[in-house]
Design a protein around this ligand. Structure first.
Ligand code: UD1
Ligand code: MG
Length: 451
């Protein structure tokens, strides 16, 4: 059976108190929307339709960043979840398989749960995903069951006292054959406490048509919705706890797991070592056996086998470290490739550069990549030696096995095997220091006497 996804993401998220649309707030460095799309991708959907409204342009860009084949439809007015689903109809263009509706703000949904919903569709026309709430709360629709049959879903606001006491509640997810679903949506109204077109009404309407409607249960944590900044912080904490546990299970040595921050797409190989207080922003891959030492910050970079990074290193997007590279303390690397065995051990900035194999970059080296308007490239060959405190004024190239003298400001290319010195020659004045000291001490003594 072919499956398509409809992901609802048009809501404003008023309680986030933010200009950013709710579904774009990040958890583990990735917008919540990506988490939902990732869970849905497990069903190998024929179509992915994202219903956007508030901040639609931004939502669209992020939806396409995750899945370039996703279609984004606009819900100009947020008239309810039923109305939102209906906006996806044309984009599905007569699709005849199953539709799974999910929300863009429920980041912990497990792919297995979606698979269970699809499995339940074998025996029921409409499948709703529910969860047991630990304590009664004034939110969530109540699932009115009769054995396995879901009789109707009633929103908390519209529920009777008796119904409000029900603990089996609606997650919002629903699976149904597309044609049936859109047929049922034609019949829904907005005569309820919120004046909205509720998706939940399709349960009762399906029963009226003699269709079979059921609800299956998942964990409360899985359908945890994010409505406020506090929810977001709690969701991120939960994500981190799980991601850290997964790393340990994957055979990574993490010395103080609670201090390591991970992203949704962080990939770390077996037997890599992660020291305390390391931040992995989006887009980081670390190969097996690499070591990331304490207090390092990494994003959009790749660290190969055997490389050692930090402590206190910063790898920015486009940092590509080959095997056995060393990037030491207070070194920043951006958009630069360091070939095997290259070393930048202390206090340097390497940006927009290529560094050849086994080259050694001395402390305090700066690639001066920005002229105030444009960025320029620095090339350093293999087995080169860059003296401490060299300024490499890009665009510039230093050949294989070349050297630069400490403190040089290199503005022209250096040939392979050459030594480049670009600093003022040293001048020495015999006895001058002693004379200067005497003069200064005499001056100090006069001042103390007040003359
Ligand atoms: C909904 C369910 C409720 C369930 C709860 C679970 C309905 C009527 N109610 O209520 O039974 O227990 O979720 O969290 O479905 N959205 C749109 N367009 C709209 C309205 C909503 O795209 O016009 C999107 C929102 O952005 C959000 C999702 O749909 O991602 C759910 O909307 P929300 O307003 O949070 O519904 P709840 O009141 O939480
Ligand atoms: Mg909600």
């Amino acid at each position: 059976m072919d499956v398509s996804l409809i992901i609802l993401a048009a809501g404003k998220g008023t309680r986030m108190n933010s200009d950013l649309p709710k579904v774009l707030h990040p958890i583990g460095g990735a917008p919540m929307l990506h988490h939902a799309m990732r869970a849905g991708a497990a069903l190998d959907p024929a179509h992915v339709i994202v219903v956007a409204g508030h901040g639609a342009e931004q939502v669209k860009a992020q939806a396409l960043a995750w899945d370039e084949d996703a279609k984004v439809v606009l819900q100009t007015e947020q008239l309810g979840t039923g109305h939102a689903v209906n906006q996806a109809r044309d984009a599905l263009g007569g699709f005849a398989g199953d539709v799974v509706v999910l929300f863009g703000d429920t980041p912990f949904l497990q792919p297995e749960t979606l698979e269970r919903m699809i499995a339940a569709r074998q025996t029921h026309d409409v499948v709703v995903l529910g969860f047991e709430i630990a304590e009664v709360q004034p939110r969530y629709g109540r699932l009115v069951m009769d054995g396995d049959a879901l009789v109707r879903i009633v929103e908390y606001k519209d529920a009777s006292q008796e119904e409000r006491a029900i603990r089996f509640t609606n997650s919002g997810l629903l699976a149904c054959d597309a044609q049936t679903l859109f047929g049922l949506l034609q019949e829904i109204g907005n005569d309820n406490a919120s004046g909205e077109y509720y998706l939940t009404e399709v349960a009762e309407l399906a029963n009226a048509r003699g269709l079979s409607v059921t609800a299956i249960a998942c964990d409360e944590a899985e359908t945890l919705g994010v409505d406020s900044r506090a929810d977001l912080a709690a969701a991120d904490a939960l994500f981190q706890t799980r991601a850290r546990a997964q790393l340990l299970e994957d055979g990574v040595t993490v010395i103080a797991p609670d201090t390591v921050y991970l992203s949704l797409d962080t990939v770390i190989g077996r037997d890599a070592v992660i020291e305390p207080n390391v931040v992995f922003g989006p887009g980081v891959t670390v190969e097996t056996g690499a070591t990331i030492r304490a207090f390092s910050h990494l994003e959009g970079c790749h660290v190969s086998r055997g490389a050692i990074v930090g402590p206190f290193a910063r790898l920015r997007p486009g940092a590509e470290l080959a095997e056995d590279v060393r990037v030491g303390n207070f070194v920043e690397v951006k958009n630069a490739t360091l070939a095997a065995g290259a070393k930048v051990n202390h206090l340097s900035y390497i940006g927009d550069a290529t560094v050849g194999a086994a080259s050694n970059i001395g402390a305090g080296t700066i690639t001066c990549n920005y002229d105030g308007v444009m960025k320029h490239h620095t090339h350093i060959g293999a087995r080169a030696f860059i003296g401490s405190n060299t300024m490499l004024v890009a665009p510039v190239s230093v050949g294989d096995e070349a050297m630069t003298g400490s403190g040089s400001v290199i503005t022209s290319d250096v040939e392979a095997g050459a030594l480049a010195l670009a600093r003022a020659p040293q001048v020495e004045k015999p006895g001058m220091a002693r004379k200067l000291f005497d003069m200064l001490k005499a001056k100090q003594a006069r001042q103390r006497r007040g003359s």
